[in-house]
Design a protein around this ligand. Structure first.
Ligand code: ITT
Length: 197
């Protein structure tokens, strides 16, 4: 089965393709198609936004879709940046701008700065709807480290590690990440759907 992954984020697209590599599902993303449709993420939660993305893209392409809405929640910042993770420092901000904003906001708080990544994935094919969630716990550091990954990866150290996610290789991130967990659950449910057909 071909599935359109509703993301324009190159990092997410690479991760999810690798996560589906050993499955009967073939993943193509909006990023691969060079499509820059602006889906308004107006929901108050990751769950709502993942549904909005999956259904909006399904209506346009009429093929099975997976969407992931994800982000970072920092305890000392009352869960921010949360659903605003992508544009935390403003409309056209870069990943560096977001990281600087987070580091600045944490300036007066004591360490450790506990945080978690959340990934909410939704599959929609016009009939079936599947949801899956994954989380990764860790802490924020104030000196970005590493070159891999994207977003907040250079300032996030997962529990049990002494490296930031940006210092891990893609296959290492894909063993532990919030997205690896949501997509693993999603794959399991998709296999059941696939076997019924
Ligand atoms: P799409 O909506 O096109 O998928 P996006 O980047 O806007 O791309 P989200 O709305 O889900 O995606 O926002 C997720 C943001 O949260 C993302 O831009 C990063 O800043 C952050 N984020 C999510 N997962 C992450 C990860 O694995 N590593 C680092 N940062 C992550």
């Amino acid at each position: 089965m071909k599935i359109l992954f509703a993301t324009q984020n190159k990092g997410k697209a690479e991760e999810v393709k690798a996560l589906f590599a050993d499955s009967p599902f073939e993943i193509i993303s909006l990023y691969d198609l060079g499509n820059s449709i602006d889906v308004p993420e107006t929901g108050a939660t990751f769950q709502e936004n993942a549904h909005i993305k999956a259904k909006t893209i399904y209506k346009i392409y009429n093929v099975p879709v997976i969407a992931d809405d994800s982000g970072l929640a920092i305890e000392q910042l009352d869960g921010r940046p949360g659903v605003y993770s992508a544009r935390y420092a403003g409309e056209k901000c870069t990943y560096d701008d977001n990281n600087i904003k987070v580091i600045t906001e944490l300036k007066d708080f004591p360490e450790p700065h506990r945080a978690k990544f959340i990934s909410y994935a939704v599959f929609y094919d016009g009939k079936n709807e599947i949801e899956a969630i994954g989380e990764l716990n860790g802490r924020i550091i104030k000196e970005p480290r590493g070159k891999n990954g994207f977003g907040y990866d250079p300032i996030f150290i997962p529990d049990g590690f002494d490296k930031t996610i940006s210092e891990l290789e893609l296959d290492e991130k894909n063993k532990i990440s919030h997205r690896a967990k949501s997509i693993a659950q999603m794959k399991e449910q998709l296999m059941k759907l696939h076997e019924r057909k």
